[in-house]
Design a protein around this ligand. Sequence first.
Ligand SMILES: [Zn+2]
Length: 283
Amino acid sequence: MKKTEFCPICRKKNPSEFDHKNEFTIWKCSGCDLLWTPDVSEDILREFYSKSYFKSQHHIFGYSNYIEDEETLRINARYILSEFPEFKNRLPKMLDIGCAYGFLLDEARKLGWGTEGLEFSTEATNYAVNKLNLNVSTGSIMQANFPENSFDIVTMIGVIEHLADPIAAIRKINKILKLGGYLAITTINTKGFVRLFDLKPPEHTFYFSAKNLSLLLKTENFKVMKSLPYWCFYNLNEALDRAFRLIFKSSKRIEEFLGKFPFLKYPVKVPTNEMFVLARKIK
Ligand SMILES: [Zn+2]
């Protein structure tokens, strides 16, 4: 068992046991309100994502069918890319950590950016490499061997809440970014507009607020440039399904009741509990 004597972000002593779920304990810091599960190792995560995470039948974990949502995911990808300042004299080199099927990287490549990806799921890596011809490898940021000062942009879109040790990951990202390079993160904000979220270890290990995520970034030599609510597009089907399963704790997907109507594939902008944070390496 890892030490839980103090909060990994604000270092306040004696966090309390907040909840127990799926045989894991979720801890809460009274100083910065971080919720986290310290006992999820990378081995547990490797096992978890080796299953069909992106085409999941599980009522809580994973995505129902990630590929079917491609069009919507690409809309979100283009929004994320539009949040970066313009690179005037040269095109940036980007690393997407937890890149899934590679839609964000593919959209960045269309802008002429240099692109590399890392992904835990081999199924998703295979798609990115074989179908989209992207430079993506399977593995975690902690194992990866990138040279220092080699990227202009690192992205973690809906990823940091899945990591075994996000603090170590942020520290490593600082090393591989160039000075002045950007880190973009989207994740659940526990103090966000919509405060409905499931505690679901081992899928989600860390629950941040805008405040404690900013504190973490500052501590690790980043300057926070933007911290915004991330209201992204979902297919109507996925949006209804997530709301339905969250509210009714249902083990069935909504399409089992309604069937698959074409209008349910319509992309809708949803007020989510997520935030978008853009930070710059200053040291
Ligand atoms: Zn704390």
